[in-house]
Design a binder for this molecule. Structure first.
Ligand SMILES: *Cc1c(COP(=O)(O)O)cnc(C)c1O
Length: 375
């Protein structure tokens, strides 16, 4: 039994014939760039996500950058981002000369703490980037109404949450990434909808923004060799689109499989007082990109080592909050500024969760964890 954080090979094996046909078609026609599969995939993802426009690009980080460029964010303006997340968000903010304004997160749900928005916004703030961390949506109802009141743009980072549903109090339901001005996702292989390399996409319901996103991701040109704005080169390869077309059909089934693993973990770990299981938010479904528990900081490393010795991998997402990263020291933050984010970095541990988890594998993981805590 070889336990992995994700089992991409077994997942591929189950849909191998369709994937192989898709890849072979691209090779046979040699339409490696901008082949018809790219637009077909975008259309299918529009339907799945119930969103007007999907613009594929090269990766999720590019998607964030292109989104900020399309919204016209200018150097020196401020963008609010959670202090506890993957680095991509703050990285592109800094690259564009924008100023990241960090905000602390909720200790139970890991989402940005919306109560702090009011005190973090200034007259120079132009946007908020909620990150739907680990697979469930941030408090979009609050964020969207706050943004509207304050004339801010919202870019949703749905790199970990594709397929999650958010329920508004009105009863309407939206997919993660389709609620703000722009949403983005990543098709990195281990993401919930992963390709066989890098890939990403942007979502919007705004026709003008969609046009801008397309133009910027294609060297700022609408017509070949006519450049109307400064752009980037960011495309989804046709081979990746062909793979994603096959996998999109299975996305809901994959989310279901992840939820079954999570429910079994929940049931067993809620009996162990030393483990805090991931809290579900009431207004969002969870697609469990990660199943992230919290343990006391003093035992985390020993516990992680124990799992490793018993053949069980685990990961720390993320060990250092963004405001403490050396690269971002220039923005003037210091230890103590975001106590929840700092505390979570000492406590979080993500356990194996994926679409191909066998019940004997999960039983073994649970048994080993029980052994550690109960002797
Ligand atoms: C993976 C990820 C990204 C970046 O995606 P890439 O495709 O690797 O560039 C951005 N934000 C979050 C939260 C992610 O998990």
């Amino acid at each position: 039994m070889k336990i992995q954080m994700v089992d991409l090979f077994s997942q591929y094996n189950k849909i191998k014939s369709q994937i192989d046909i898709g890849i072979q078609e691209v090779i046979d026609t040699s339409t490696f760039i901008n082949g018809p599969q790219v637009n077909l995939f975008a259309d299918e993802l529009e339907t799945y996500n119930q969103v007007e426009h999907v613009i594929p690009c090269a990766n999720g980080t590019d998607a964030l950058q292109i989104a900020m460029m399309a919204l016209g964010f200018k150097a020196g303006q401020e963008v609010i981002v959670p202090a506890f997340t993957y680095v991509a968000t703050v990285e592109v903010i800094a690259l564009l000369g924008l100023i990241p304004v960090f905000i602390d997160v909720n200790p139970d749900t890991f989402e940005l703490d919306v109560q702090q928005l009011e005190m973090r916004k200034t007259s120079n703030t132009v946007g908020i980037i909620p990150v739907h961390l680990y697979g469930q949506c941030s408090n979009m109802e609050f964020i969207l109404s706050f943004a509207k009141e304050n004339n801010l743009k919202v870019i949703e980072d749905a790199a970990q949450a594709i397929g999650a549903d958010y329920m508004f109090s009105s009863g309407s339901v939206s997919k993660a990434g389709t609620m703000g001005e722009i949403g983005i996702t990543s098709f990195f292989p281990s993401k919930n909808l992963g390709c066989f390399g890098d890939g990403g996409a942007m979502f919007t319901n705004d026709k003008n923004l969609a046009e801008k996103l397309k133009i910027i991701s294609n060297h700022g040109q609408k017509k070949k060799y006519v450049h109307e704005s400064i752009g980037v080169n960011s495309r989804l390869d046709t081979i990746q689109a062909a793979i994603l077309r096959v996998k999109l059909k299975h996305l809901d089934e994959y989310s279901k499989a992840r939820n079954l693993v999570a429910e079994k973990y929940d049931k067993e770990f809620s009996k162990i007082s030393e483990i805090k299981i991931p809290t579900r938010v009431p207004n969002s479904t969870h697609v469990f990109h990660q199943y992230t528990i919290q343990v006391k900081g003093e035992i985390r490393q020993e516990f992680k080592d124990f799992l490793q010795e018993n053949g069980i991998p685990s990961m720390i997402y993320y060990p250092i909050p963004l405001h403490m990263q050396v690269a971002y020291q220039g923005f003037g933050y210091k230890e103590g500024d975001f106590p929840v984010a700092e505390d979570l970095c000492t406590k979080v541990l993500s356990l194996p969760i994926h679409t191909e988890m066998k019940s004997d594998e999960q039983d073994y993981i649970i048994h080993t964890i029980k052994k550690y805590f109960n002797g």
